[in-house]
Design a binder for this molecule. Sequence first.
Ligand SMILES: [Zn+2]
Length: 241
Amino acid sequence: MPAPITITRIRLPLANAYLVQGECAILVDTGAPGDANRILQALRRAGVTPADLRLILLTHGHGDHVGAANELAAASGAPLALHRADDAMTRSGRNVLGALTGLEARLITPFVDKPFPPVAASLIFDGALDLTPYGVAGRVIPTPGHTPGSISLLFDSGDAIVGDLLMGGRLGGALSASRPQLHYYVQDFAQLHASMETILAAQHRRLFVGHGGPLAADDVRQWWRSGASAQVVARCVPTRA
Ligand SMILES: [Zn+2]
């Protein structure tokens, strides 16, 4: 029997990071630039030292998730993992946002879209990634749409971390944090639609997200089927024959 999984949400000013503990510990996302100390304090509160981390995994390449990656990789010595499709963005230190999904996105963008220290991940992967060698019973699958290199973590426990595939609540999760919402930015609506269907088909019970949350999978399914799915399809660019 694999060790049960504990997911500790690390609430940061702009985004969530997560400490995931099974037989060993991994860190998922690293917040915005300047968040390293907040994350190190959260690890300490959980009784985890940086050297205990087996892996630092980035759900995608945006600056509010990779901002403190360099400091945390240096402090821990852990490999820093990122999907190849977001590697160019993190190396550039500039966000690629794609389409803005509503008025709130237009209002907040000037405040959240800042350059960040370029990050060169040490473990670049293309497809899925098994987490058992890192002491966590689960796997990573690509769930592109928000960005081309967005990934989700699916744990055998029934929980999942889906990054910015969707988000919880308004104002980055400050209000109604458990209510599913489209993220502010989508690079590819057709990919996002397929990724949402993949996640819902995986039948996990609880979805942890990059902003706000966590979300009950039943609420997400209901939200998706009762209009959000159609809204995303309406934004899909038809493919030409
Ligand atoms: Zn993002």
